[in-house]
Write a protein that binds this ligand. Structure first.
Ligand code: 3HC
Length: 302
């Protein structure tokens, strides 16, 4: 079946199928930036592994950070089915020619931030990634199935951290409220610019890559999350929040902040990128050793 007929029939495009250059290009762009987000996203949380308040919390956080590395791996592998090499994608990340999610440019100031990231950031990721399990491009959709299973563990452990704090001392509850106040708006910005300003949505939706618009998913996230904040006894920092006909009306985020952070002016952009580049350089010997081992194995097999 040709490309358009497959898309019209809501079928799956596989790596060897003929596809328009634009389809290939936007998938490489989105999957690569998704993968970059996963590996940069390890930094804010990795920062608290050595400072977790108990061995149990440390073990859970280590497992989560390792999961994010794995998500990056699945996604770089999915991107490579489109004919790109992950080394080139990493070069583009390191040189600022490709992006990663704005959310990871904010600092994790207290332990409650680790709860807020799990609850809000991974919660937003689930809202965004579940529809991607039905993406028209096979390898991306399949990578998302396992990612989404692990994200729900991430979201639950974050909520549990905050639940513990909210049922602890007044100081702990205040720490949880402070984290919500700082992470609420950047989490809404994760879904991207408003539909009216989205450059790719229309085409991505026509190609079955994006199943819902940025604003639709943002609304879905707010509707899901506000009742959870009520269970925690925390106040969502939006005076405009109103529950009406089963939905929440909310104040639009300040998108100039999103554009500013994406441009590189967020609180942690420089630190995140230089840490990433250093980790890549420090890991060069591992890549060289693995390549030498693979070459030796191949020579022996020849
Ligand atoms: N941060 C950085 N850049 C963003 C952004 C954000 N929060 N939101 C939008 N952008 C960029 C887009 O990449 C695009 O720039 P580009 O042309 O240079 O790529 C531009 O702003 C216009 O936005 P559009 O809405 O037109 O772009 P998309 O159609 O690509 O929609 C998206 C943006 C919703 C993020 C979409 O790319 C997507 O669904 N990506 C896959 C999911 C993803 O990457 N999530 C990031 C977080 S990963 C994560 O949370 C992991 C979890 O384990 C914690």
């Amino acid at each position: 079946m040709d490309f358009q007929a497959t898309i019209d029939a809501d079928g799956r495009i596989e790596p060897r199928d003929a596809m328009p250059d634009g389809y290939r290009k936007t998938l490489i762009r989105q999957i690569a930036q998704h993968a970059h987000s996963e590996i940069i996203g390890m930094q804010p949380e990795g920062n608290w592994i050595s400072r977790a308040p108990s061995l149990r919390r440390k073990a859970i956080l280590m497992a989560k950070v390792q999961d994010e590395a794995g998500h990056g791996l699945y996604l770089y592998a999915a991107a490579e089915t489109l004919g790109v090499d992950r080394a080139d994608l990493l070069d583009m990340l390191h040189s600022g020619r490709q992006k990663y999610s704005s959310i990871f440019n904010y600092p994790t100031l207290t332990w409650a931030d680790i709860g807020a990231i799990g609850w809000l950031v991974d919660g937003a990721a689930i809202v965004n990634q579940v529809p991607l399990c039905r993406c028209s491009y096979g390898p991306y959709a399949r990578a998302m199935v396992r990612v989404c299973k692990e994200e729900s563990f991430h979201q639950r452990q974050g909520f549990e951290i905050l639940y513990t704090l909210c049922n602890g001392t007044p100081g702990q509850k205040a720490m949880a409220q402070d984290a919500l106040n700082r992470w609420w708006w950047p989490s809404l910005m994760m879904f991207g610019p408003p539909d009216t300003a989205s450059t790719h949505s229309e085409q991505s939706m026509a190609w079955g890559i994006k199943r819902h618009s940025n604003d639709e998913l943002r609304q879905r996230f707010v509707d899901m999350t506000v009742p959870q904040a009520d269970v925690l006894g925390l106040r969502v920092p939006d005076d405009g929040l109103v529950h009406q006909d089963g939905r929440y009306r909310f104040t639009e985020p300040d998108y100039t902040e999103l554009y500013d952070v994406v441009k590189g002016n967020g609180p942690c952009n420089q630190q995140r990128l230089s840490h990433r580049v250093k980790a890549h350089e420090d890991g060069a010997w591992v890549r060289e050793a693995a390549a030498a081992y693979a070459a030796k194995k191949e020579a022996r097999a020849a």
